[in-house]
Design a protein around this ligand. Sequence first.
Ligand code: ZN
Ligand code: ZN
Length: 265
Amino acid sequence: MAKEPLIRANYHTHTVRCNHAAGSEREYVQQAIAAGLKVLGFADHSPYIFQGDYYSSFRMRPQELSSYVSVLQALKKEYEGEIEIHIGLEAEYYPDVFEDYKELIRGSGVEYLILGQHYAGKEPSKRYSGRADDDEERLHLYVDSVLEGARSGFYSYIAHPDILNFTGDYRLFISEMDRLVEGIVKEDLPLEMNILGLREGRHYPREDFLALVSKHGGKMIVGCDAHRPQDVYDAPTIKRALELLEKYGIERTEQVDIRRLEKLL
Ligand SMILES: [Zn+2]
Ligand SMILES: [Zn+2]
């Protein structure tokens, strides 16, 4: 019998359309099957409709959405019985343009969204969440946006919730992260343990954040955030992630409610 994989599901997989990922969709699927995954969710960086002529370079363009969905639908069918494939998007919550956003994804075949707030406030605000900065306004805006997005009911889990890189007053940071975790737990949404960040030694996932998740009894899901086929299942890093969850006594989940979107659109 094949060895049980460390995780059975990964809902955070990118494609070349975001301009910073490699490999074909099929290669991601094949790697996932070889690793023994039962569920593979694609959640590439979502297209967004912005006002004016701003172009966001790290996401697919709106006109690429239909081919994204159709390529994945074909693979879903082809690999039926071997692996369950789901079609999602990793999207920010930008309230100003959210109505247009809903219009964009309605009827597109996208099954689920994960919330990855790469910018606090809307683009092009220049408030990239991962940049080391002591901007308190950005901190508050990040937490408010993620909470509001979570409460909208559109998102199935929170990707790299601890991506906000705040270098100012530590007590303020922790109290804002506490507010974030408490609110997400209230919505009963899983928080992601991000494998990409862990492998690359980024500022996230961070242990003081894990302590807050533990304190509030939050559940975490391992998200591979794969931008290369081999990262669909990076065993050594996943192992480290599981050890961290164990260390903080955090419950791991692989239950993602991907039916939220179809009920709302
Ligand atoms: Zn990316
Ligand atoms: Zn992300």
